[in-house]
Design a protein around this ligand. Structure first.
Ligand SMILES: NC(=O)c1ccc[n+]([C@@H]2O[C@H](COP(=O)([O-])OP(=O)(O)OC[C@H]3O[C@@H](n4cnc5c(N)ncnc54)[C@H](O)[C@@H]3O)[C@@H](O)[C@H]2O)c1
Length: 375
């Protein structure tokens, strides 16, 4: 039996997934807010232990924690959990400072426990389908991608009771791309074995009338080790309908454009004799259904009920499998830190005229002198 503790009510997004897996028990719940704690415990049901203080929950016999507290809590709580011998699945982003990211990597290496980055946008069936189409060679050689997260979060800066929310500080109280991984994570699935090595961020400045320090949208250009280019846009203050998962992929053999709004469709186009490069037509992505991974196509009703056509089940399944096998998951601490760092460094870039910033290599064995921000 694997016993799980959940911190933060957002962690309930894993509830149905965890319940659908045998020999897994949600044994504890933690939230500073007593009301949320009671409501969450009731939703989970069973004989759950309740805690306001995270470190108290770590003293129980849980095997793993799901950290879904505000962003600035992720690293301190992850390190405390790893040190207490617990495996960790962390919400996005991995951390809020560059130094924290190094501490996180070192702790995963030191304590030898599983760390999985809970970047759920990667588990979108469409993202996985394009990944398989890239692997099958349909796009030829991929060299350019765009990812956009356009989500006006004006209603989240103050809690319903009137208290200022953490989002006013750690998201919209800073410059640059504060929420990069819902866009970077998915598009990086289409560049296997590649890594972001440098970024440069531009913005139109601060045009919101909310008194926030946040740019009115940022565009971060990311260069990869293999010479590919990513264009990552995040805008959480401008007035427009949401589109949190807009993507584009370009390869030597074709392109993918995701839907721009609810009435739109996802589309692809591939070069062939019937579809020559100088006069290409779009096709519906749904015509390529066979590339959707088998586990999504065969998802049971219970798995689908977890949310996002099974995606919310598969992310939890991958975490539990990593815990069971003792093998770090694909979404490991190094990817978490690389993608998060691209956002953290964007603040320095945008405030220095789009200055190019090197993204460090977080992987094990990198010498101390490399663990610095290079100006
Ligand atoms: N992956 C996604 O799609 C997605 C969506 C929304 C939020 N998130 C992430 O989930 C996290 C939480 O976001 P939210 O919107 O639920 O925030 P929130 O402020 O609504 O909720 C945070 C909860 O954590 C509790 N909390 C705060 N500090 C705590 C502490 N030290 N110990 C225990 N509990 C504590 C609060 O009482 C609150 O109930 C953030 O990291 C956010 O980035 C991810």
């Amino acid at each position: 039996m694997i016993k799980i503790g959940i911190a933060g009510t957002r962690g309930l997004s894993t509830l149905m997934g965890l319940k659908a897996i045998e020999d897994v028990e949600i044994a504890a719940m933690c939230d500073l807010d007593e009301k949320h704690l009671e409501e969450s415990a009731e939703k989970i049901g069973g004989n759950i232990k309740k805690f306001r203080v995270f470190d108290d929950m770590l003293e129980t016999d849980i095997d793993a924690v799901i950290i879904a507290t505000p962003m600035q809590c992720h690293v301190p709580q992850a390190i405390a959990a790893l040190e207490a011998g617990k495996h960790v699945m962390s919400e996005v982003t991995a951390g809020v400072t560059m130094d924290e990211l190094w501490w996180l990597c070192e702790s995963v290496e030191k304590y030898g426990k599983i760390y999985m980055y809970g970047e759920n946008y990667i588990y979108d069936a469409r993202v996985q389908q394009i990944k398989n189409m890239v692997a099958a060679g349909l796009f030829g050689e991929t060299y350019y991608a765009e990812g956009m997260y356009l989500h006006n979060i004006g209603d989240l800066f103050v809690y319903p009771g009137g208290k200022t929310s953490w989002r006013s500080y750690w998201q919209c109280g800073i410059r640059g791309n504060f929420y990069p991984t819902h866009s970077i994570g998915p598009v990086m699935q289409w560049f296997p074995g590649d890594r972001i090595t440098e970024i440069s961020t531009f913005s139109p400045g601060i045009r919101n009338s909310l008194g926030l320090k946040q740019d009115s949208g940022t565009t971060t250009m990311c260069r990869t080790a293999k010479g590919n280019l990513l264009n990552i846009r995040v805008d959480c203050t401008s007035p427009r309908p949401h589109n949190m998962s807009f993507y584009h992929l370009q390869g030597t053999g074709g392109a993918f454009f995701s839907k721009a709004h609810d009435e739109d469709i996802d589309r692809v186009s591939f070069v062939s004799d019937e579809n020559p490069a100088h006069n290409m037509k779009w096709q519906k992505l749904e015509e390529y259904e066979k590339y959707i991974p088998e586990r999504y196509r065969n998802a049971t009703d219970e798995q689908k009920k977890a949310g996002h056509n099974g995606g919310d089940f598969f992310i939890v399944e991958d975490f539990i499998n990593a815990v069971r096998t003792g093998t770090q998951p694909e979404l490991d601490v190094y990817k978490a830190c690389q993608w998060t760092a691209a956002g953290l460094l964007s603040g320095l870039s945008v405030t220095n005229g789009g200055k190019t910033m090197a993204v460090p290599d977080f992987r094990k064995g990198v010498p101390n002198e490399e663990k610095i921000i290079k100006l």
